[in-house]
Design a protein around this ligand. Sequence first.
Ligand code: EPS
Length: 420
Amino acid sequence: MLRFTTAGESHGPALVSILEGMPAGLPLLADHVNAELARRQQGYGRGRRMQIEKDAIEFLSGVRAGETIGSPIAMLIHNRDWQNWQEIMNASLSEEEAAAASGVPLGAATDESSARSTDGSRPLRKRAVTRVRPGHADLSGLLKYARTDARDILERASARETTARVAAAAVCKRLLAEFGVRIASHVVHLGGIDARRPEPLPNDVNATADASPLRTLDQDAEQAMIAKIDTVKREGNTLGGICEVICDGLPVGLGSHVSWDRKLDARLAGAMMSIPAVKAVEIGLGFEASRRTGAEVHDEIEPSPNRPLTGNVRRRTNRAGGLEGGITTGEPLVLHIGMKPISTLMRPLATIDVHTGQPAAAVAERSDITAVPAMGVIAEGMAALVLAEAFLEKFGGDSLAETRRNYDGYLSYLQSRISG
Ligand code: EPS
């Protein structure tokens, strides 16, 4: 069973990523992971934070002499910005806080307010966030967890956490690459501007997309998107957008129709929806399929010898986006992922101050104007995590050699099917 978890706050000392269930014997270097982390950090419209960080992992376990050894793979990613935030994020009490906790009066004022928190017991730390942002986890999280400073919520709700996901996903990509699976993404829409989707797509979608500051394959749209970001930045506003994720090289038969929670489309959609600010996922035609007739939606099938990944058939179209009945068809998996605009606006929206209970302008902390290009890389990662899990469910294996034997056996079975 493949499972992963992350830990870490945006301005805490570090992020941690733990991935368990990788077969032993997978060649793996820190560079494989760091290359993916660097891809996630790019994109026009990011804030100054990305100039501070240069994300890189340190393996703590699970890898020896450039190969996985079957044990949990733990990776540590230091936050360079921590040094600027220690006083605010420190796990222990400062002298001043300790004095206040023991009843000695507080001397210093906080940025937002010099008052104590509403229960009167703990002073707010510097840079406390009480003017909660509409659209952010600030308010719901603060009420749910009974906190008085929304920083306790936003530090973890921050998309900084996706760094640790991309690290685990990079290992999954390495596994899938051993079996010829490639996962790519590009931006198809940003803030009202559509990018043309070249037909055919470039052979290496990521190589082309990564060379674009917007990770788009349409240079005209790229210029318009840059202009739009510049305008919106001047207005103190933010932008969302849509990425397309494409996975090819998958065999027919990952996922299952037999139970709701084994359907691969459901698992992929859930994983995508877990990315911060993602509000919509489409598979294949998505919503458009609901508007068309059956004849305009379903992909006709014909024999196609020597195509073992699909069972020696071919779909004339791929409107299903590579999934039928919650199972991969062997055709490319195609998803669209929609992200809302970032909820930190430099020209803030109206809100309340949870400390005073009065109307206020929301906090305007340093943030990105848009993170849609990075979202595509994260979405590739979430796809890799789900697909690697489904792949290992089907083929199992404690070592890469065992997984390969199981995979090869399945492929020769598929090759023996439907021969036209
Ligand atoms: C984020 C705010 C910004 C982003 C950050 C997510 O960070 P900061 O508040 O430090 O300027 O840059 O994204 C990352 C740090 C990252 O690695 O993607 C937020 O509030 O969600």
